[in-house]
Ligand binder design. Sequence first.
Ligand code: GLC
Ligand code: GLC
Length: 824
Amino acid sequence: MEQQKHYGHFDDQHREYVITDPQTPWPWINYLGNEDFFSLISNTAGGYSFYKDAKFRRITRYRYNNVPMDNGGRYFYIKDGDTVWNPGWKPCKTPLDFYECRHGMSYTRITGRKNGVEASVLFFVPLKKWAEVQKLTLKNDSKEVKHLKLFSFEEWCLWNAATDMENFQRNFSTGEVEIESNINPQTANLKSATIYHKTEYRERRNHYAFYHVNTPIQGYDTDRETFVGLYNEFANPDAVMEGKPRNSHAHGWSPIASHYIEVTLQPGESKDLVFLLGYIENEQEEKFEAPQVINKKKAHALIAELDTTEKVDKAFNELCLYWDALLNIYKVKTGNDKLDRMVNIWNQYQCMVTFNFSRSASFFESGVGRGMGFRDSNQDLVGFVHQIPPRARQRIIDIASTQFPDGGCYHQYQPLTKRGNNDIGGGFNDDPCWLIFGTVAYIKETGDFSILDEMVPFDNQPGTEVTLFDHLKISMDHVIKNLGPHMLPLIGRADWNDCLNLNCFSWDPNESFQTTENVSEGTKAESLMIAGLFVVTGKDYVALCKQIGKTDEAARMQEAIDAMIEAVKKHGWDGEWYLRAYDFYGRKIGSNECEEAKIFIESQGWCTMAEIGAEEGMVAKSLDSCKKYLECEHGMVLNNPAFTKYIYEYGEISSYPEGYKENAGIFCHNNPWVIIGECIAGRGNDAWSHYAKILPSYVEEKYQTLHKVEPYVNCQMVAGKDAFRPGEGKNSWLTGTAAWMWYTVSEFILGIKPDYDGIRIDPCLPETAGDYTVQRKFREAEYEITIHPNGAQKGVKSITLDGQPIEGTVIPYSTGKHVVEVVM
Ligand code: GLC
Ligand code: GLC
């Protein structure tokens, strides 16, 4: 393998990843914000902000797939004599004497030094505030007095990120701003300066944004072309290069916000400046304070909360305490730093981010295409429910409200409106099962059965409400009512694998694989993945019914599960592994009889998790086949061998070149399914070796250049063994991998499993594992659980709770602090 360069390292004590070279192989980003106001920020301060919905309320502009790649963001230009530089190196790319970017838990700190001046910017979104704070600290480390000219920069997006990038005949005429600063005669006494963005406020919008600095300014700009110059770029804006703001007022074209501040620093002196990018909504009756003038009362109030270093430091401290509390709920100490840092910090952090964003906004997801996925969000919940159960509860209700009366579901919904997305519609037949997966995880964590009695509508239509439990029931029934010729679940438009489109048949490149359906003869293709998923979630459903006394319903569903198991054994087994599907014509997919793609990972994962045919040896054979055919240096590929040509009957899966995405990429999301299958089968060595292959901290150590994307989080896909560049990662951050890695390691490898009546202890470890301790807050209790594996891969021999031996493997729940010892 080529010599691999390193661009950074972990700092576990501060829960940060420290990037020491700005020229990372791809922008390495972080997320700011926890609830309503969010920002994406790269290691050079690129990225953008939005309120709740990256499509409908984009606050600042960003151009995806730009040249250079990550261009546009919140930039500070420092003009020191003839040298112009940025603390994050970009966009000027003036070589720095020192550069460092620290991505932490919902904050990023970027520091640059040049010619004796240090500029350090702390970026974060304070809890419960609709604003991004940018605290800039300038320090003179030189022996001479420094006269610096500082320019801030943000570019406004005209709210709807989609039309912002296409409807220029309108957009170039609508832009409007207001400026409040000491430069204007009416507000000459102001000690701070605010630029307001109010495009479309005059008509139907009741929201605006602002960019503020807590000091008087010596100039400003709000018109992009005036500031940058039509023939210049972000790297050399006219106004900055000349050291002269234009005091421009935007009318149409592209409004921006730039403050100009002259800063004098004595040797050794340092100064803080607080910049605030905020978002405000007004009541309809209180929109204006004078004709055409926006009502700024709320903006002033928000600014007043964050206009000094002390206030900002306090808000930052609150954010850090918030993360301390979240990360104190599950903490492991194994002595293996690479494992501990993923479990205790980064995996949990990524789970929170995916929970917030689903698949909407990353550096691979433009924020305009997809909202919250039905199946995605249910899975994300499992990575997050232990941290903020009330938000998980609300999420379950929101998701269930997009179900249809027949149990089918909208595949996606928009976070702002919470309405199902009609462009994509429904018909993905795995979707309903995931509602059970998410709900059961919530109840086990919280013990809150009352959620089952919540009245939840169909398709958000008032008057259609039934209980959440009834939603679960019709979800199960949706599978049973949609069985195919082999009594296996019909796949619909696709199951978990969005690209296995067995009822599509498209030769027209203008058609979408996922929404084109040849239904003239009914959809006949069947999915073994849904069969396994149905058995796993069905068992959960049966257990839930028993918990709440619905024994008849439990029995009814148990029969359906038994029938499904029989159908899989009879029609779903290929001799060495589970089939993947039957196509529209009833031909096998994922069989030794196939020319290509003889084996797929999804059905191996779900059918082994479901333990279908375990006694007959199917589970062990399937897991062995995964090792033999799917595993490679970087993880397990989705299918093998890769498709080398487009197959009209299969759809999008065969549209990808070999080794990428759903065509034999390492789709990290589904590796944990097999790992859990291994854990259930008690094969700890194999489980661990699969797990470590896709664990970011192990990848980080081995190959940063090849992997390309952020080394502190999982990405959706790593190029597989058939790819041109195996090991190259893509689609980082927003992936179900986060929640599945968490679920796998916390519950199946380390073996701490929330259950209705307590915590079930059932680790599955490599035989080399040493003793370890997990601190687990659970409802109103706190457990300190020490496991002594003694070289065993699986099997708990004895447990003591507060010194007393207990029967079985479930620690019964009781409030207070407890000490648990487990011997394997
Ligand atoms: C993407 C989608 C997810 C899907 C997967 C496999 O990650 O978000 O819903 O299951 O791809 O196609
Ligand atoms: C594409 C991707 C798949 C994703 C889907 C979402 O098909 O390959 O991963 O789930 O788009 O619409």
